[in-house]
Design a protein around this ligand. Structure first.
Ligand code: ATP
Ligand code: MG
Length: 394
């Protein structure tokens, strides 16, 4: 018996003007995601159909569960729109079920000679006759058998699965994700992708103070994020000179604040170069000294570019739950230090003031250093299934 995945467009349908573009993007994303599997994907205005080979079903469903923009889907039996054939299949599907059930018929094909309620009743009667373990309950059934009658084919299914929701990646422009090796920023990236935002990742490294293992962590985290999009460009910023200058010249209490202001300045430039419209990061209100509202506002003062902080209002435990769900947690907790942890001062200022930042920043020619740094950024292209990066130094 042929089975297909039926994908219905949930939240997409509320965006009338964009509908076509959304569906096209979702279609392309699903096609890329299932590349290599023996599937046939087709679509119409209300849904998408995926035909697959039986022994690849688990894999198809696993992959679909990583595509944003899919709210619910069903694995349906597909059959010609023929009364006797439908009846036979319906009894067959319900043969092994126990408990209560109801049948729900949706008749999109108005040439089908039996009205929906009448057909549901007929099917219900037949199912009962063939399975004495079942009872009808139209209000709270254990199983609902849905029968969707279209012109040529009819689809029957009992289970509805939930996808990831959100919008298809690519319906928004690009954001630049500040990706450290920590727990928060990969989750922030995931949540941005969920809203349809494409991302480039940016990692600030301070070799020799930070190790190549720390960089590899970020590569692996990017690879995990690739599960939800296709490829990710990872820009690696050589941050050592700027960091050393900050720690040499500035008031220790202000080092972190100023370091983060430098990061934002660099992010803005990289965004412009790479057509990113916003900065995305894993800051969470109150989590550390540089994430108090005062700190955020003083740090944010260096750029007009919108800064999106998807996890700003989540508790650490909520962030950890998400990190586990998207499988980044175990990578994030590996012990290699990143540039922020290497240079943490004993008493970072909790309520920095802007004037003090400006005075400290006058002590060295950061503009020139930023220029040099940006010119030495390396870019890698990360893919989900390709342990050997095929490209370096674009
Ligand atoms: P995370 O768990 O994501 O590392 P955190 O709680 O350790 O976050 P911070 O180190 O203060 O917080 O960093 C806040 C955010 O700044 C991070 O979530 C990340 O988006 C960005 N960030 C910090 N360090 C780096 C880095 N080395 N490269 C790129 N982005 C960074
Ligand atoms: Mg960190």
């Amino acid at each position: 018996m042929e089975r297909v995945v039926l994908i219905k467009y949930g939240e997409l349908t509320t965006k009338k003007g964009n509908r076509k573009f959304f569906i096209q993007t979702l279609y392309q994303n699903i096609k890329k995601k299932l590349n290599g599997l023996d599937v046939k994907i087709s679509r119409d205005i209300s849904r998408m159909y995926i035909e697959f080979l039986d022994d690849e079903m688990e894999l198809v469903l696993k992959k679909l569960n990583q595509v944003f923009g899919i709210h619910t889907y069903q694995v349906a039996y597909k059959i010609d729109t023929d009364i006797e054939a439908i009846k036979e299949l319906a009894t067959d599907i319900m043969k092994e079920k126990v408990g209560t059930f109801k049948v729900e018929t949706k008749r999109a094909n108005k040439n089908f000679p039996i009205p929906s309620t009448e057909f549901s009743r007929q099917l219900g009667g037949l199912i009962l006759k063939n399975n004495s373990n079942l009872k009808v309950d139209v209000h709270h059934p254990n199983t609902t058998l849905t029968v969707e009658i279209l012109d040529r084919y009819t689809y029957l299914y009992t289970d509805i699965y939930y996808g990831l929701g959100g919008y298809p990646v690519g319906v928004q422009s690009k954001g630049m994700l500040m990706l450290s090796g920590g727990i928060d920023s990969p989750v922030a990236g995931y949540l941005a992708l969920k809203r349809g935002v494409r991302i480039d990742a940016v990692y600030f490294e301070a070799i020799p103070h930070t190790s190549l293992e720390a960089r590899n962590k970020v590569i692996e985290l990017s690879r995990k994020l690739c599960q939800y999009t296709d490829t990710i460009k990872l820009h690696i910023v050589p941050f050592t000179n700027i960091q050393e200058a900050i720690y040499k010249e500035c008031n220790p209490e202000y080092c972190i604040t100023i370091m983060r202001r430098m990061m934002y300045r660099i992010m803005e430039r990289l965004a412009k170069r790479n057509k990113g419209l916003v900065i995305i990061n894993g800051e969470s209100i109150g989590q550390v000294a540089s994430q108090t509202l005062t700190s955020m506002s003083v740090i944010n003062a260096v750029t007009n570019m919108p800064v999106i902080r998807p996890v700003a209002c989540l508790d650490k435990l909520e962030i950890i739950d998400l990190a586990k769900k998207i499988d980044t947690y175990d990578i994030s907790i590996l012990p290699y230090e990143d540039c922020c942890t290497v240079f943490v001062p004993k008493h970072p200022v909790i309520n920095p003031n802007l004037k003090e930042c400006l005075l400290n920043e006058e002590k060295f020619d950061y503009e020139q250093m930023i220029e040099d740094t940006v010119n030495h950024v390396q870019t890698m292209i990360i893919q989900e299934n390709n342990p050997e990066e095929f490209s370096n130094l674009l």
